[in-house]
Design a binder for this molecule. Structure first.
Ligand code: G6P
Length: 367
């Protein structure tokens, strides 16, 4: 069937704006908002008996898996291996007894992800597929399909599929925590309610479009951009950099903020803006000190934070994008939006083919 752009200039813009709705659909598939519980799943393994979970994927799907690792480990005390599928398939990883493997893929057809799945299949590991296309090869070859309900994604740069992958992984981490006894029924209720609020916050963030568009105009005159974040904002920093380079062709790197002094600090000058993703969380102060290191060297900071963070950062920034204060568990989902919007508007100013960037394919079905 045909999908059209509606009132939007590009599919990517349309898909960014669909996020409140598709995140909500996806969460509702896994969580019972009314009862405040995660829904039971028919899994080929028992979360309670797992010693290790392995996640493999490529591109943006891989970065959702990195965020998933933080959630599974923190909420369910379940150790997670996260791999880029093209590495996983050849690195001859020993298979841990009592393990399961998840493969994350929008298309369900990525060659390296499929090869990694087959490696695990051969080793007898139970397999879950977090996929957007249910009729795909990866879905077909898995033991359980854990669908993202993003609807068809046309823009080559993944947006809504990413936030739906995060929605699935967060819900599964809650489910795993309940099964493993690390999340009490009271805590489950709170987490389910917090997750249910993600679409509402995502909607509010979409309204920052004018500020982000203005910032993008400025950003489009630079040749290099550095993204920094800690904890789940670190993979988000990598996703921000990936989005920007994919569609605007501006060189960008995402780094763990704590690694700044181990390399990228040598690059800091007024010609490389540093985008810091830092909601006010348990390690906010650490990120603030990284920003001060940048500012002290003449670097320009673009801070993406919340109200509390903006009040406490006390720092001269090139721009501060202020999101509402929100529960920690949903920050990766909601903060993905300003990052996507910034890449999108920058690419529009650069005049690139936003939906079909040069040299890239929506689905990489060859090695
Ligand atoms: C390509 C796409 C990316 C996507 C990656 C993985 O590189 O351009 O947007 O994240 O493949 O694709 P998958 O379909 O497996 O999620």
């Amino acid at each position: 069937f045909m999908v059209d752009k509606g009132n939007h200039r590009h599919f990517m813009e349309k898909e960014i704006h669909e996020q409140p709705e598709v995140i909500s659909h996806t969460l509702a598939h896994y969580l019972d908002f009314g009862a405040g519980v995660s829904k039971p799943l028919d899994l080929p393994f028992d979360f309670a008996k797992l010693d290790r979970l392995s996640i493999s994927a490529c591109g943006t799907a891989y970065l959702s898996g990195v965020i998933g690792k933080y959630w599974f480990e923190r909420l369910a005390r379940l150790p997670v291996d996260i791999d880029i599928a093209s590495e996983f398939r050849y690195r001859e990883m020993p298979i841990v007894k009592n393990s399961a493997a998840f493969f994350v893929s929008q298309s369900g057809e990525t060659a390296d992800t499929l090869a990694s799945l087959r490696y695990c299949r051969k080793a007898g590991v139970p397999i879950g597929a977090v996929v957007n296309v249910r009729e795909s090869t990866i879905a077909r070859e898995s033991d359980v399909i854990l669908p993202t309900l993003a609807g068809p994604e046309i823009g080559v740069a993944s947006t809504k599929a990413f936030t739906c992958q995060l929605s699935v992984l967060a819900s599964l981490a809650v489910r795993a925590g309940v099964a493993r006894g690390t999340i009490s029924p009271e805590r489950e209720k709170v987490l389910v309610r917090e997750l249910s609020e993600a679409p509402r916050y995502a909607n509010q963030v979409l309204k920052l479009d004018q500020q982000i568009e203005k910032l993008a105009r400025e950003l489009s005159s630079y040749k290099h951009v550095l993204y920094l974040g800690r904890d789940t904002n670190y993979p988000l920093a990598m996703e921000g950099a990936l989005k920007l380079k994919e569609i605007s062709y501006i060189h960008a790197e995402g780094y763990a903020a704590g690694e700044l002094k181990h390399g990228p600090i040598a690059l800091i000058d007024e010609n490389m803006p540093v985008i810091v993703i830092a909601p006010h969380d348990r390690i906010f102060e650490k990120t603030v000190s990284n920003m001060q290191e940048v500012a002290a060297r003449g670097g320009k900071v673009i801070l993406i934070t919340d109200k509390k963070g903006a009040e406490q950062a006390s720092l001269q920034t090139m721009e501060t994008i202020v999101l509402p204060d929100m529960p920690e568990i949903i920050t990766p989902i909601v903060y993905a939006l300003p990052i996507q919007m910034l890449a999108y508007y920058t690419a529009v100013f650069m005049g690139t083919d936003v939906d079909q960037p040069r040299n890239l394919a929506k689905s990489v079905t060859v090695e």
